[in-house]
Ligand binder design. Structure first.
Ligand code: PLP
Length: 431
């Protein structure tokens, strides 16, 4: 038996020992993947930085969109520490002031009309609650978008339109259609076939799909046709919400009020895992009448609620919405300039909405190469679950000027490495 991976000071941080424990007790596949990515273990984080067991520091512009406030934002930590010392988990018999405060704060920043919150632990659970709300409102059909990502529990997976993830788990939910993202006539075609029966679930910008930005006015048009054909509209802002797009919500950018809004990732201030399904009073009415119909033990746990309040206050107090917009406008053109300088004749596209930035290559090997080169140069980015062509950056809105300078410098080095690995492009880069 291997010896226990803990000491009085916490878990053992030796990379090989941690990988061994993963192989023996969690997932050997996960351990293999980590080995390919350099075999690092992460043990500490602060702001835009994380530190490995060996003391190496990485700039974190990844984390799948969680870190809009940066890691361990003092406001979030303060709120959570206070709650931890007083009452972290409730009985679920009495009401909880931490939940009341979090829900009030959250609904104070959501689009008009969204004033009922159901909290859960992850984005995929928030989607499950939305699907159940749709059913409670007589919408037994679901329409989602090609390339859309909504999570991997069975209901959410039914609307996560990727064959690789769906195939091993069929049959999934019945009566689900996928239509191309950005294509309003295709949506109308389905909605007009089933008036009053559909719930549409859509992201304002597809994140895991590879930062796919629809034409301006798309979400507004989706709202209009949902209203016209009696469909419920659930906008999944698990990734795009809370400042990621340089606005509180992608819905705000288009002036749209959905029937259901989904939040997660950044909602716990990068301190607690928490998500939310936020609905209009009308949509939520059945759960108002029967609060036991959809529950879970850790829903709205006080410790997670403290993190939600901390996250919203941190975003407000630090002006992170404006900072995300300004930072995005600064990062995306410079990253594009670097790619254009080093890989000028390779088909690519750099696109960004606020701090959701994608670098797409025609050749997925090129995306993987850039991702690995960034790690080699001390930068952690994201791959995209629904697109292997796109390296995605989701930086914190709290990045300092020196963090930004570091990113540009290391991104340039990584782009040069990719050019060197692809000699035909190196020649062009030198030209
Ligand atoms: N919805 C969107 C738009 C997402 O990007 C994700 C995760 O990436 C989810 C839902 C699922 O969230 P989680 O991974 O927390 O279950």
């Amino acid at each position: 038996m291997p010896k226990d991976t803990s000491t009085d000071n916490g878990p053992v941080t030796d990379g090989e020992r941690v990988a061994l424990a993963y192989r023996r007790t969690m997932s050997s596949g996960r351990a293999r993947l980590a080995e390919v990515l350099g075999g690092h273990v992460e043990v500490e984080s602060s702001g835009a930085w994380l530190t490995t067991g060996e003391g190496r520091r990485f700039l974190n512009v990844g984390g799948y969109g969680v870190f809009i406030t940066g890691a361990r934002h003092p406001r979030v930590v303060r709120e959570v520490e206070r709650q931890l010392r007083k009452h972290p988990i409730g009985t679920r018999i009495f009401l909880d002031p931490a939940a009341a405060r979090a829900a009030e704060l959250l609904t104070s920043v959501t689009p008009p009309g969204l004033n009922r919150v159901h909290f859960s632990g992850s984005g995929t659970e928030a989607v499950e609650a939305a699907i159940k709300l749709a059913r409670l409102n007589g919408r037994h059909r679901l329409v989602s978008m090609t390339g859309g990502y909504h999570g991997k529990t069975m209901g959410a997976l039914s609307v996560t339109a990727r064959e690789t993830f769906q195939r091993p788990f069929r049959p999934l939910l019945p009566n689900v259609d996928h239509v191309p993202f950005g294509d309003v006539p295709a949506l109308v075609k389905v909605l007009s076939r089933y008036p009053g029966e559909v719930c549409v679930i859509v992201e304002p910008v597809q994140g895991e799909g590879g930062v796919v930005i629809p034409p301006p006015g798309y979400l507004r048009a989706v709202r209009e046709v949902c209203t016209e054909f009696g469909a419920l509209l659930a906008v999944d802002e698990v990734q795009t919400g809370l400042g990621r797009l340089g606005a509180w919500w992608g819905c705000d950018v288009e002036g749209v009020s959905p029937d259901i809004l989904l939040s997660g990732k950044a909602l716990g201030g990068a301190v607690m895992p928490v998500a939310a399904t936020i609905a209009t009073e009308e949509t939520f009415a059945v759960l108002d009448r029967d609060p036991i119909l959809h529950t879970s033990t850790f829903s709205a746990a006080p410790i997670a609620m403290a993190a939600v309040s901390g996250a919203i206050l941190a975003i407000q107090e630090d002006g992170l919405i404006e900072r995300a917009a300004a930072l995005g406008a600064r990062l995306t053109p410079e990253l594009e300039r670097i790619i254009a300088a080093y890989l000028p004749h390779h088909p690519y596209e750099v696109r960004g909405a606020g701090l959701l930035i994608g670098i797409e290559f025609a050749d997925p090997a090129m995306a993987a190469d850039l991702f690995m080169a960034l790690i080699a140069h001390d930068v952690v980015a994201n791959l995209s679950l629904n697109s292997d062509h796109v390296v995605r950056l989701t930086p914190p809105a709290t990045m300092t000027d020196s963090d930004v300078a570091f990113l540009f410098d290391r991104f340039e080095q990584a782009a040069r490495t990719v050019a060197e690995h692809n000699p035909e492009y190196e020649v062009l880069a030198d030209a």
